[in-house]
Design a protein around this ligand. Structure first.
Ligand code: ZN
Length: 275
């Protein structure tokens, strides 16, 4: 079974002791592509370094709602720097005739659970990075928590050309329904395996197979039966298994479909460039 983990953080300090070792173990376990998602300026640069080092790692660059600066002015400067870093990288890859492995802008979005006092800055950063994604013709990777209405409002008012992915999508009926209507993919994380995941089955049933992705969000959110420990992409199989159970399919089929979907949305294989 070959798997694609569409969202993880291998620059996280929890991997400082054994990063290279674990990355190689993941690849040999059958997770033959995975994403290192950026969440601030530094981690976006770290993601690029990992993507440079490993053929099978891809990356997204962005500033998450929990990493925005204290003012709109400062956040604006950060996004200018983010844009510069991405463009410098793209130019370098082009010059050296290497593959461009920044395949999306993210994670970006809104998080009113952790930060409810700076909604204006979060909204600004989200909208500005949607503009950046459109300028660079990249899809976006969305982080949203306790902010369904504002997230949907921003996406409706600021159309994203290449669409994108709701990463670790909350199991919120309205959000999933509207996200699908807007043309987005839904990425399911380890929370689907948790025993207290209330409407998980209903949400999984709502998502058509051609819009489904799976992810670990490593090192966080380890799924059952390994919940509570440091997560890594080898555990993405448990998410495929749970979805297969809900959809009455084989885990191998879910693995294959989500692998192809990730390649499609992130334009990873040139022959699948159809969006
Ligand atoms: Zn993440």
């Amino acid at each position: 079974m070959e798997l694609f983990d569409s969202h993880a953080h291998y620059d996280d300090e929890k991997f400082n002791e054994d990063r290279d070792e674990i990355i190689e173990k993941i690849y040999s376990s059958g997770v033959t592509k995975f994403m290192c998602a950026g969440y601030n300026l530094e981690s976006s640069l770290n993601g690029i370094k990992l993507a440079d080092k490993y053929d099978y790692i891809y990356t997204t660059s962005g500033i998450s709602p929990n990493d925005v600066n204290s003012t709109i002015e400062e956040t604006k400067k950060d996004i200018v720097q983010l844009r510069k870093n991405i463009i410098d990288y793209k130019d370098r890859q082009k010059k050296e005739n290497k593959i461009d492995k920044i395949v999306g802008i993210g994670e970006i979005g809104l998080d009113y659970y952790w930060n409810a006092e700076n909604k204006d800055v979060q909204n600004f950063a989200f909208i500005e990075q949607i503009k950046l994604a459109n300028e660079l013709n990249l899809p976006i990777v969305i982080h949203t928590r306790e902010a369904v209405m504002d997230t949907l409002k921003i996406l409706k008012q600021n159309p994203v050309n290449r669409k994108g992915v709701f990463h670790c999508c909350p199991f919120n009926r309205e959000l999933v329904k509207e996200a699908l209507k807007l043309g987005f993919y839904i990425s399911i994380a380890g929370t689907v395996t948790f025993k207290n995941a209330k409407n998980a089955r209903e949400i999984i049933e709502m998502i058509p197979l051609n819009r489904l992705l799976i992810e670990t969000d490593s090192p966080y959110l380890a799924p059952e039966p390994v919940r509570g420990i440091r997560n890594d992409s080898r555990n993405v199989k448990y998410i495929a298994e749970k979805i297969a159970e809900f959809k009455n399919m084989q885990a191998e089929e879910i693995a294959k479909i989500t692998y192809e979907n990730a390649k499609t949305i992130f334009k990873i294989c040139i022959s699948r460039e159809k969006q």
